[in-house]
Design a protein around this ligand. Structure first.
Ligand SMILES: Cc1ncc(COP(=O)(O)O)c(C=O)c1O
Length: 409
């Protein structure tokens, strides 16, 4: 039983055709949702319906199909914006968090930062929230400062505040860690940064699939998200930004659809968000993402969060019974993402043997080398859950873990 009587993951699972599959003759136990989520039928249908019935380019044609496609595409933008408490006009559609953060790096940071300035990131960031800043630092002479974390995987808030010195112009931090599951107190962090005039970038990749996100309440300057982790198609994502920042930023890509007027004497640009959306976008993908948002809204983000939090506690309990298992990251505020290691077993060997039992977990550095260095390990295994995950998944996973541990010991 979940804490929410109306929330039934076993029923919800039926919305996801992939769970009809067997893997190596076993039922699929999918615990890799932090990597990419599975897609419900409604998302697959929305993509299919676009190609079958509405396929045309957006914002270019006055014919009926062109207007339908544009309506569906802009409708998806409105749904996604409303889902995070934002205005559609302040939401740039991108190919994912990676592109969203690079857009900030090239359009906001590169023209502004100079030698003597600093960019502050936390030790638990995904490479997508480190490498773009390193590229900016190399070209501007700015420095990267790293905010430390505690052994339990929580941010060291005192150290973070102390690191917010006058040279820091931008702070980039994840909402939820993709490795440790830590949920960072982003509203408080943004408040502290704002008092010091520091622009804030929040990486929301791992938050959107699991909890309600209200961007104005967080009070950040930029919020990046990715569609494929929140049950939408791959190659979709968004960047929300404060209007005045979007207006001041030059475009990142140039081309069709982002202009007002082009001549060889000079070009004027469309208003944001279209100023940042050159070329034909992933129309079908965003229509699918709009359907994913509808799906999440129907279930309710609070119910999803309650279910996952209860399931995470159940999983942590069950995993602690496995001999030689070490959990990495024990933050008090956490999402249902659990990194672990087993004594004497390499993470990749564990994941390979678990796969033979039908259990999909991720092994590796999870695009977070600096975090692996902090814990002194090359890799971890990671079990990550989503709204369709059940206690039966956890039971099958822990039984398989016990078995493969025996094989590797
Ligand atoms: C915390 C975090 N940030 C950024 C990304 C990058 O997302 P994408 O590859 O969809 O651009 C990921 C994906 O794993 C992530 O987990």
């Amino acid at each position: 039983m979940t804490m929410d009587a109306t929330f039934d993951p076993v029923r919800l699972r039926k919305d996801f055709p992939i769970f009809e599959r067997q893997i190596h003759g076993k039922p699929l136990t999918y615990l890799d949702s932090a990597n990419t989520a599975q897609r419900p039928q409604v998302v697959i249908d929305a993509v299919d319906d676009y190609y079958r019935r509405h396929n045309a380019n957006v914002a270019r044609a006055v014919h009926a199909l062109g207007e339908e496609a544009t309506g569906l595409y802009e409708g998806a933008r409105r749904k996604l914006a409303a889902h995070i408490g934002a205005r559609a006009d302040d939401l740039v559609l991108t190919s994912g968090t990676t592109q969203s953060i690079n857009l900030i790096a090239y359009s906001w940071a590169l023209p502004r930062l100079k030698a003597g300035d600093s960019i502050l990131v936390s030790r638990m960031e995904h490479h997508a929230n480190i490498v773009p800043w390193q590229l900016v630092a190399e070209r501007t002479g700015a420095s990267i400062k790293v905010a430390p974390i505690h052994e339990n995987g929580e941010l060291d808030i005192d150290a973070l505040k102390a690191a917010m010195t006058p040279d820091v112009k931008l702070l980039a931090v994840t909402h939820v860690s993709n490795v440790l599951g830590t949920v960072n107190p982003v509203a408080m962090i943004c408040r502290e940064a704002r008092q010091r005039g520091i622009v804030t970038v929040i990486d929301g990749s791992q938050a959107l699939p699991h909890r309600a996100v209200d961007v104005p309440k967080i009070g950040c300057d930029f919020y990046a998200l990715t569609g494929h982790k929140m049950f939408g198609p791959t190659g979709t994502g968004a960047l929300w930004a404060r209007r005045e920042l979007l207006e001041a930023m030059p475009p990142f890509f140039g081309g069709g659809e982002m202009i007002r007027e082009v001549s060889f004497e000079g070009t004027t640009f469309a208003d944001p968000p279209h100023k940042f959306e050159a070329g034909t976008p992933n129309i079908a993908g965003f229509i699918g993402l709009g359907a994913a948002v509808d799906y999440l809204q129907t279930i309710g983000m609070d119910a999803i969060e309650r279910h996952e939090s209860e399931l995470c506690a159940y999983a942590l309990d069950a995993m602690r019974s496995v001999k030689g298992l070490r959990i990495i990251g024990e933050a008090k505020e956490r999402a249902a993402v659990i990194s672990f290691l087993v004594d004497g077993a390499h993470a990749h060997d564990l994941a390979t043997l678990l796969d033979l039992e039908g259990v999909a977990v991720r092994s590796g550095h999870h695009c977070a080398h600096p975090l692996m260095q902090f814990y002194g390990v090359p890799a971890t295994c990671r079990a990550s859950m989503a709204l369709y995950s059940t206690r039966e998944d956890i039971d099958r996973f822990v039984t398989a873990l016990d078995k493969v541990r025996g094989l590797l010991a």
